[in-house]
Design a protein around this ligand. Structure first.
Ligand SMILES: [Zn+2]
Length: 190
């Protein structure tokens, strides 16, 4: 059940662990100039995850090159933060996925669960159905999938294309799949 993930703190804690691993890999790779990376975290105030994770989700890992004259910033990809969006990535995925085929009352219930407005969910829907399919990332990435995905029912169709038994595992697969999008600044800030 995708819905139960929305307030499953252990699921969200798992994403935090994945992000720590991605950050560690980025730190070890170092800067493109060959310089070492120093920690330079971003403060974040994300919404939508279970309340008890507020503190753990208040920072996004990022780095700054230690070389004078470079100082370039490196922000690792993330299972939690979808570029600059305020709501955590899992919520942007799951609420939009659950909206397909759901009644208005059910959608209202889901919105209340994560504290998001109707307008924001509508923007997410537009993004998944209109902008995402046109994105160069998707045009490349859909060719990597084993089965074709129906673009009219994104992101549910994409979730269901991952052949794992559990909804949580499929959600993680989707979040992993869209990792390249998580550091692009082209996404709107919603
Ligand atoms: Zn550098």
């Amino acid at each position: 059940m995708y819905q139960t993930i929305l307030n499953d703190a252990s699921f969200y804690r798992g994403l935090l662990k994945f992000d720590e691993e991605l950050a560690e890999q980025a730190r070890q790779r170092g800067c493109g100039c060959g310089g070492k990376l120093h920690s330079a975290r971003y403060p974040r105030k994300p919404r939508g995850m279970p309340e008890e994770l507020r503190e753990e989700y208040a920072k996004r890992r990022s780095f700054c090159c230690a070389e004078e004259g470079c100082r370039k910033r490196t922000t690792p990809t993330s299972f939690r933060f979808l570029s600059r969006r305020v709501y955590v990535a899992a919520v942007v995925v799951l609420i939009t996925a659950l909206r397909h085929g759901a009644t208005a009352a059910r959608v209202a219930q889901l919105r209340a669960m994560v504290g998001v407005s109707r307008r924001t969910v509508e923007r997410w829907r537009q993004w998944w159905l209109e902008e995402f399919p046109r994105n160069s990332f998707w045009r490349w990435a859909r060719g990597q999938l084993a089965t074709p995905v129906d673009e009219q029912t994104l992101p549910l169709s994409l979730l269901e294309s991952f052949r794992k038994p559990g909804a949580g595992e499929r959600t993680i697969d989707l979040l992993r799949f869209i990792l390249p999008l998580t550091k692009r600044s082209v996404l709107q800030e919603t």
